[in-house]
Unconditional design. Structure first.
Length: 313
C-alpha cells in the first residue's frame, strides 16, 4: 500500500487516553512483489513496471488489537505506481549492478469516521520517490535448470510526496527512510518454487508530526521494523503459475517523540492470499495477488488487491 495511514485526531486522542495507537511507519512494500522475486524475469536490460493497488479496511486496530473507538472505520485507497529498473549486463564479483526508481500516486483516498472527518481525512497525490541500487547475483544452476537466485538492494525512500500532518491518508511520509532488502527464489523442482523478500526499515525524524502526539511535540521518529513477502508457486502451464502469497510486518523498537520512547505504538500485521503470474512472452508478465490481513496492531486491518505488469525492453 503506497500510502500512509495515521490516526491523527488530537481530540480523539485526548478523549481516549487509555487507547494506544500508532500508524507511524511509512509506506513500504507489503505484497507488491511476489512470485519468482529473486531475479528479473528476462535478464539484464531496462524494465518498466506498472502497479495498481486497491486497499480497503473497516477495522483500525489499537495496541491490543481492538477496533479504535470511532463510529465508523472505513478506509479505501487506490494507488498507481510506476517503476524503472536497469540491470547492467556486466558482472562484478559474480553480481550484476543495477538501480530502480519507483514513484507512487494515490489517486483516491476515501475515509469515513462517522464524525464528518474529525478523525480521518484522505489526502491523495504523488507519493515519496524510492531509489534503490542493487546487486543481482548469478543463478546457481542444477541438472534441470536454476536452483537458486538472489539479489540485495539498498533502498532509500525520499520524502518528496504530498504530506499534511492532519490527514489520515498521506501519499508522503515527510521523512527519509532506509529500507534495504534481500530477495531470493529457490526451485524445489522446475515447476515448484518459493520466493522471499526480507526488508529492514529505519526511519529519520519527522519535523511536522501529527497533532495527536500532543502539544509541545516538535518531532517524532517511527521505530525500526522488519517486513517480508513470502510466496510459493507452481507452474500449471509454461505461461501460467499460481500459488500462495503473504506478507508480514513487525515494528521492534518504539516510536520516539522529542527523542523519548513512546510505548504501546509498535505496529504489526500478517496477510495471506492467492495469486498468479501469466507470462505473455519472455518480456511481458502480469502478476495478480490478493491479500487478507489478520492480527493487526496499531494499523488498519483489511484486504488488498495487487496488479503488476512487468515489461522488458
Amino acid at each position: 500500500m503506497k500510502h500512509r495511514l495515521h490516526t491523527l485526531a488530537a481530540a480523539l486522542a485526548l478523549a481516549c487516553p487509555c487507547i494506544g495507537f500508532a500508524y507511524d511507519e511509512p509506506t513500504v512494500n507489503l505484497g507488491a512483489t511476489s512470485f519468482l522475486d529473486g531475479a528479473p524475469p528476462a535478464g539484464p536490460g531496462l524494465y518498466f513496471t506498472a502497479y495498481g493497488q486497491y486497499y480497503s479496511a473497516n477495522h483500525l486496530k489499537d495496541n491490543s488489537g481492538n477496533d479504535l473507538p470511532l463510529p465508523k472505520q472505513e478506509v479505501q485507497v487506490s494507488d498507481l505506481l510506476a517503476q524503472l529498473t536497469y540491470m547492467a549486463p556486466t558482472s562484478v564479483f559474480g553480481a550484476s549492478p543495477g538501480v530502480q526508481f519507483l514513484l507512487p500516486w494515490v489517486i483516491d483516498a476515501h475515509t469515513d469516521d462517522g464524525l464528518n472527518g474529525a478523525a480521518l481525512k484522505g489526502n491523495p497525490g504523488v507519493g515519496d520517490l524510492e531509489i534503490g541500487p542493487f546487486l543481482q547475483f548469478a543463478p546457481v544452476m542444477g541438472a534441470q535448470g536454476p536452483k537458486f537466485v538472489q539479489r540485495v538492494e539498498f533502498t532509500f525512500i525520499v520524502p518528496t510526496g504530498r504530506y499534511q500532518n492532519t490527514a489520515a491518508v498521506n501519499p508522503g511520509s515527510n521523512f527519509w527512510s532506509f529500507n534495504p532488502y534481500w530477495a531470493g527464489t529457490y526451485w524445489f523442482t522446475p515447476k515448484l518454487t518459493a520466493s522471499w523478500r526480507l526488508h529492514y526499515l529505519w526511519n529519520a525524524k519527522n519535523d511536522q508530526p501529527s497533532p495527536a502526539f500532543g502539544s509541545g511535540i516538535t518531532n517524532t521518529q517511527a521505530g525500526q521494523a522488519v517486513h517480508t513477502n513470502l510466496t510459493v508457486d507452481y507452474g500449471i502451464t509454461p505461461q501460467l503459475r499460481a500459488g500462495l502469497n503473504s506478507y508480514w510486518l513487525l515494528q521492534f523498537t518504539d516510536t520516539d517523540a522529542n527523542g523519548q520512547a513512546v510505548h504501546g505504538r509498535k505496529e504489526r500485521v500478517l496477510a495471506l492470499g492467492p495469486g498468479a503470474i501469466y507470462s505473455f512472452s519472455r518480456d511481458d508478465h502480469l502478476f495478480v495477488n490478493v491479500y487478507f490481513e489478520e492480527g493487526a496492531r496499531n494499523r488498519p486491518e483489511g484486504d488488498r488487491v495487487q496488479l503488476r505488469w512487468v515489461h522488458h525492453f
